[in-house]
Write a protein that binds this ligand. Sequence first.
Ligand SMILES: [Zn+2]
Ligand SMILES: [Zn+2]
Length: 148
Amino acid sequence: MKKVIVFLLVLMVCIGIYSIFTSNNKDEWHYSNGESIVCRVDGCGKRPVYSNWNDRFCEEHLNKSENHASQYSPSVATKKINTKHALTKEEADALRGTGYHGTRPNSTAEDIELKAAMVKCKKCGMHSDNGANSLCDECRYNEEYGFD
Ligand SMILES: [Zn+2]
Ligand SMILES: [Zn+2]
């Protein structure tokens, strides 16, 4: 009987050591599917400075971090300029029927793509991916970081 208890104790210790070992070995910089974690800002995609959720921001967005916002240095942020022209109506009309963006010529999909390409940022007048009467990503960024 005693042998069984000793055996069970040894087994439990082994399991304990094993679980500590595997949890230490788990890479905090990757999701469980092996993908690298990225900055929490939508569309940023950069490597975060900290891996924990509250502080998972890249250098440029570290000002949003819960615990490390003070480490954010404004010098890493620079004013962004949108250089992507919105299509004019004439340009869009000229492209109609050419299978714009890999769509079928004269299809609804092509029409939608062309309309989207004509959307202008309400501030800088360049192309905006964010829908009618929106700010483009660059203007949003500049506003957020006080570059205006
Ligand atoms: Zn970021
Ligand atoms: Zn803009």
